[in-house]
Design a protein around this ligand. Structure first.
Ligand code: FES
Ligand code: FES
Length: 160
């Protein structure tokens, strides 16, 4: 039988209650209890960025965040990015610019990339490199990732 406590979690605008041991990470709660497997487990120790999600609008590493700590907060995962059938502009840009190979790092890259632009830290390639440095791509798709980010940055600028 599951030992644990009921943990209310608000994810992608929907309320869930999962019964978890208090030490379970948000990443394991998402992947193993909620079937939200878009957030990937690369390292499980805070060094690869593949588990990046947003909590209250800020990017965090889900492998380093306890699920109980996310309770009462607004969690957004890659599954929450598209608007129905409409991909998020960053998702579209990643496809358009071939910004992935194996794809394992991609959801984390996208979750970070959206915030790097929102935070105003995508001004130059150097900035993008620095503020995306927590997201490792073992396939070294970095040039195309940066191109996708530049594209969304410039499109967003034109919209204001
Ligand atoms: Fe979380 Fe690598 S799985 S940073
Ligand atoms: Fe393979 Fe980034 S696309 S790790």
């Amino acid at each position: 039988a599951a030992t644990g406590v009921p943990v209310p979690l608000r994810i992608n605008g929907r309320e869930h209650v999962v019964v978890l041991e208090p030490r379970v990470s948000l990443l394991d709660a998402l992947r193993e209890h909620l079937d939200l497997t878009g957030s990937k487990k690369g390292c499980d120790q805070g060094t690869c960025g593949s588990c990046t999600v947003w909590i209250d609008g800020r990017r965090v590493l889900a492998c380093l965040t306890l699920a109980v700590a996310a309770s009462g907060h607004e969690v957004v995962t890659i599954e929450g990015l598209a608007d129905g059938d409409q991909l998020h502009p960053m998702q579209r840009a990643f496809i358009e610019y071939d910004a992935f190979q194996c794809g394992y790092c991609t959801s984390g890259q996208i979750m970070s990339a959206v915030k790097v632009i929102e935070e105003g830290n995508a001004g130059t390639d150097e900035d993008i490199g620095e503020f995306m440095s927590g997201n490792i791509c073992r396939c070294a798709a970095y040039p195309n990732i940066r191109a996708a980010i530049r594209h969304v940055r410039d499109a967003a600028g034109g919209r204001s």
